[in-house]
Design a protein around this ligand. Sequence first.
Ligand code: IMP
Length: 196
Amino acid sequence: MKKQIVIATNNANKLKEFKSLFANTPYEVLSLADINFTGVIKEDGESFSDNAVIKAMTIHKLTNLPVIADDSGLSVNALEGFPGVNSARFMEGSPYTEKNAAIIKMLEGHSDKSAKFICAIALVGLDSFPQVFIGEVKGTIINEARGEEGFGYDPIFFHPNSQKTFAEMTLEEKDEISHRGRATALLFEYLETHYF
Ligand code: IMP
């Protein structure tokens, strides 16, 4: 029988990526809808790790199952890490076409267009303290959004080794190299020895 693990996210795109990352593993991923949680968790931590732990702890208190939560975002070097932990809240309510256009505009005149995606995954419920796994991927912000796949800032995030933006990749291609894919690989190593 598969081992159950809850993913503390209301973000449908993240859930889709996690379901794909967990396909063919010994773990069954349950969403917040599966455990009938409809609330909103306040993310007031100062770092990706803090926020991931806050989310995972909140949900673990409501269930006896192990819980993972991801907090992630885009960090643009020339903008001193902006939008960072505020990636979701930046221009909240505006579509990503506008948010992406705004980031491109903020970088006008900057020669350094380097950026990275960061993902912190917190795991709560297998140990007496939370575990956090961090994944990063480096890229550059391009001057025009490209691609229809993915979500969020994917259309402006160009991955040099792949010669594609994240929005030009299939889900499987993105899983291979993404911040979320890398953090999840570290999580799987841990789960292998702690959840069986
Ligand atoms: P969180 O739910 O507070 O972790 O917000 C994460 C936000 O970071 C998302 O809403 C996106 O704006 C951005 N983000 C995180 N991961 C990705 C990704 O894989 N592609 C594009 N944008 C991402």
